[in-house]
Write a protein of this length. Structure first.
Length: 218
């Protein structure tokens, strides 16, 4: 990418953050700065380069999508991340949300069930210099128990019901953001305080369904 194209992408990314994200209420400066920095244009298919800064989801193949920028920023803000946090991400996808998390958190553990997507994301993220991201190919609904507990869990595919197994991998004071539902979906914020679990319904969304073992559970 030549210097002129880089400047154009930087400008369009800045406008994306100003007009699609900050203007809609996202205030966390860590999130806004991460959204300005991470080159979303590198995480979309070449055929969709012209839509890289469009506020909508885009296909990344294999029946999966890269979420719209606003939703990426909103979900990240809801996690209330600080620099020392360890984050579990379920659904690496293109790696875009992973990169945004990695700009803020100390470590990001990300799981993707589709081999090709994980390998593609690994290549992009390692090429961009993210050394605080750790990858696993497998069933995200099982989580990453040997690395638990996590300060935050981000789920980017929708289980039909609340993922109890993943909730058990939250640290005390940990936060989880998850889209829940099969036909009608809502983002939920889960906060663990000792043995108490608090749930808050946020906004309506539309995500691809979570696959793996959880798909067989009622």
């Amino acid at each position: 990418m030549n210097e002129e194209r880089v400047k154009d992408a930087d400008q369009r990314r800045g406008e994306m953050v100003d007009y699609q994200i900050a203007s809609r209420g996202v205030k966390d400066e860590h999130v806004l700065n991460a959204m300005r920095k991470v080159p979303r244009e590198l995480f979309v298919r070449e055929v969709d380069l012209g839509l890289a800064f469009f506020d909508g989801p885009l296909s990344i193949g294999f029946g999966q999508t890269i979420s719209q920028p606003y939703i990426v920023a909103y979900m990240t803000e809801m996690l209330s991340l600080v620099r020392g946090d360890r984050v579990l991400e379920i659904g690496t996808g293109s790696g875009y949300q992973t990169a945004v998390l990695a700009e803020i958190a100390r470590e990001v553990y990300t799981i993707e069930i589709i081999d090709e997507l994980s390998l593609g994301a690994q290549e992009k993220l390692l090429g961009l210099g993210y050394e605080n991201v750790f990858f696993r190919i497998g069933d995200g609904s099982e989580g990453w128990p040997e690395k638990a507990p996590f300060d935050a869990i981000m789920i980017t595919a929708a289980p039909a019901t609340m993922p109890e197994r993943l909730m058990g991998q939250l640290a005390d004071g940990g936060r989880m953001v998850v889209p829940v539902g099969r036909f009608e979906q809502y983002l939920e914020l889960i906060v663990r305080k000792g043995d108490e679990i608090k749930r808050e319904r946020l906004i309506g969304v539309r995500f691809v369904p979570m696959t793996g073992r959880i798909q067989k559970e009622k």
